[in-house]
Design a protein around this ligand. Structure first.
Ligand code: ZN
Length: 504
């Protein structure tokens, strides 16, 4: 049996290394590659994904799993090998259900659609994107069809990113949260707006990057096993247990852009760096789901990185970094500026209170598109009317409306937006559980000590990788399944104080 497990690990390590090699090529393309290298790079990346797909669908891998499963039934359920067999089976089944020809067709559509979007968005040209989006929706339906009949067409799409969640469970969670968020956002937006001009600078690039690097090193991102580079759209990527990288971008007229995107990506990276080394190189060797991953970026970015205590520690150093710009700006003015709530058009720039309303809008519209209740030609108008009713502001054009996010124009519609809001909800639940174990965490943070919170996350979440299902790991860490109460309490306490409002 030991020999069969070793054979399984060897096969999975090769598949995993092909994936990591592809990630190096993507990282290079997004950071340093001259743009003329794009066609060859596209071909090289496609080759690596094809090789990985071939190995993942090898009938010999299926036979090996069959053999191991007859024994695994007798192993303890939380045994590493038992978890490996279970997760490898899930990946194998997912891979063999999707024909290679479909994967290739989708990759082609995705590349063409993305390329068209990079020009159509600045030109405010939805008409060009319409046929691409129609084809993408058809392909998402086709993909869902590979997984047999499901209650809702979006179920297999959601399960791909957030195992165990369904259209019905996410809709119920969102409806519940929405009942709290809509009145909260309304009450806040009726107050006089916070002045955030202190963040507009201009702030020189090099000191911004140096300060951000000191911050992420202090919270626990290990730069001996990682690095940070510049790109257009920040992301985190992993090449091995000891090489987890992040990227960022800098805006001279917005101090928060690089700073909070660095903390956000460092949160993702700390999760990946904290996975038990023995699991890396297998399907257990990374964060378990989109929602759980996002809980770590949002925890460090918002709950920690936008807290008063965090800036009690870091603000004097930030003032020394930018004496002319911030030397005479009080801590409280800065703290209020980085937590300003407003009715805004762009999801990625949205504050903690309105952000989830942007996510719910996309989640609902993509279900309507996939279920055929909304035609692509009617999307711009549906977007405007939903923005007006939910957030209280409508985009003047499609550039800042339904063309703003890359997701629908890079090959997928359905199944990925819910992760952002699940992440926000779960970040607060995990933070509350860590504070119950260590009530001194906020005092520690105000003194610049992050180890206790980081250690709790590593012990209760990071080290497990994808060994347990998302539901299972959440229950193990917090004692209950996913619940919105800690998040709603967090928002009410923080923004009640900031805006001098008493929420019921
Ligand atoms: Zn993220």
């Amino acid at each position: 049996m030991h020999q069969s497990i070793s054979e399984l690990q060897e096969r999975l390590l090769e598949i995993s290394d092909l994936g990591y090699a592809g990630a190096v090529l993507s990282w290079d393309q997004a950071t340093y590659m001259p743009s003329a290298g794009a066609p060859a790079r596209g071909r090289q990346r496609a080759l690596l994904s094809r090789l990985a797909h071939d190995r993942m669908t090898d009938p010999a891998l299926g036979r090996l799993l069959d053999k191991l499963e007859t024994h695994a039934a007798a192993w303890p359920a939380d045994n590493d090998d038992a978890c490996l067999v279970r997760v490898a089976r899930r990946k194998f089944e997912q891979a063999i259900k999707v024909p290679a020809a479909f994967v290739a067709r989708r990759a082609t559509l995705s590349a063409k659609s993305y390329d068209a979007w990079t020009r159509a968005r600045p030109a405010n040209d939805f008409a060009t994107m319409r046929p691409y989006l129609e084809q993408t929706i058809d392909m998402a339906r086709e993909y869902a069809g590979f997984f047999g009949p499901s209650d809702r067409i979006t179920d297999p799409l959601i399960d791909r990113h957030d195992e165990g969640m369904t259209t019905a469970s996410v809709s119920a969670l969102f409806a519940n949260l929405r009942r709290h968020l809509v009145p909260l956002a309304k009450a806040i937006c009726e107050q006089s707006p916070i002045d955030d001009t202190c963040l507009r600078g201009p702030f020189a690039e090099t000191p911004q990057l140096e300060f951000s690097t000191r911050v992420i090193a202090a919270i626990g991102y290990d730069l001996q096993r990682g690095r940070m580079d510049k790109t257009h759209h920040p992301f985190c990527t992993k090449f091995s247990h000891n090489d987890v990288r992040i990227t960022t971008r800098v805006r001279l007229d917005d101090l928060g852009d690089a700073l909070f995107s660095c903390i956000h990506e460092a949160g993702h990276a700390m999760y990946e760096q904290g996975v038990e080394g023995s699991l890396v190189g297998t399907p257990l060797g990374h964060g378990v789901s989109a929602g759980v991953h996002e809980s770590q970026s949002r925890l460090w970015e918002n709950i920690v990185g936008r807290s008063r205590g965090f800036w009690q520690h870091f603000y004097p150093e930030l003032q020394r970094t930018f004496p002319a710009e911030l030397g005479s700006v009080p801590l409280d003015t800065f703290y209020r500026a980085i937590n300003k709530v407003s009715r805004s058009l762009i999801r990625t720039d949205a504050d903690e209170v309105t952000y989830n309303l942007h996510v719910m809008l996309r989640f609902d519209l993509e279900i309507e598109l996939l279920e055929g209740r909304l035609a692509v030609k009617d999307l711009p108008e549906a977007w405007r009317s939903r923005m007006q009713s939910d957030i209280g502001v409508a985009p003047p054009d499609d550039r800042d409306g339904c063309l703003q996010d890359v997701h629908w124009y890079s090959g997928w519609v359905g199944g990925s937006f819910q992760g952002y809001t699940i992440g926000n909800i779960l970040a607060a639940q995990l933070h509350a559980a860590a504070l119950e174990a260590h009530p001194e965490i906020p005092t520690d943070i105000a003194a610049g000590r992050f180890e206790k919170l980081h250690h709790w996350m590593r012990e209760n979440l990071y080290r497990h990788g994808a060994k347990y299902t998302p539901d299972d790991v959440i229950t193990r860490a917090t004692g209950t399944d996913l619940r919105i109460e800690p998040y709603v309490d967090y928002l009410k306490a923080k923004y009640g104080e900031l805006y001098a409002i008493t929420f019921p």
